[in-house]
Design a protein around this ligand. Structure first.
Ligand code: CA2
Length: 148
């Protein structure tokens, strides 16, 4: 059974609790529950971690090499700043799908660049909570097709 590491970056713990204008009223707990349901339907295992700390996310990515076959990540604002997270993904060489709730290309210019995109197999951006569900389907589909 494939095991996927789901990573949520900084401030995503505030989803649905503050500033519902941009990201809506869905909470991170809601998203995690939907991901768990989808994982069960797809027949995969997921491990979920949210952190506001870059190094914690880097450590979690390093842990994938022996435990997980894929990574689903919303690195939040670190998407646009973190060479460390990009290098960690590149270093472990585990297939990674990048997701965003909002369409980062319709927002401020500084959100248009992702350090993660060049080391990810793909990116899903702009579909709210469904970005995560689509992202999980994408990584599982990739792993299943790669194996066959
Ligand atoms: O659209 C996304 O998923 C983002 O990764 C969300 C990040 C943002 O920095 C990226 O540019 C795009 C921000 C997540 C912070 O979410 C908050 C939720 C409620 C209150 C404050 C922040």
């Amino acid at each position: 059974m494939f095991s996927i590491l789901v990573l949520h970056g900084p401030n995503l713990n505030l989803l649905g609790l503050r500033e519902p204008g941009i990201y809506g009223s869905v909470t991170l707990d809601n998203i995690n529950r939907l991901l768990e349901q989808e994982a069960e339907a797809l027949g995969v295992k997921i491990s979920i971690l949210q952190s506001n700390h870059e190094g914690v996310l880097v450590d979690a990515i390093h842990s994938t090499s022996d435990q997980h076959q894929g990574i689903l990540i919303n690195a939040g604002a670190y998407t646009h700043t973190s060479v460390a997270i990009r290098d960690a993904i590149s270093g472990v060489n585990i297939p990674t799908v990048e997701v965003h709730l909002s369409n980062i290309y319709r927002r401020e210019e500084f959100r248009h660049h992702s350090f993660i995109a060049p080391v990810a197999i793909g990116q899903i951006s702009g579909f709210g909570k469904d970005s995560y569900i689509l992202g999980l389907k994408a990584i599982v589909n990739y792993l299943q097709n790669r194996g066959g």
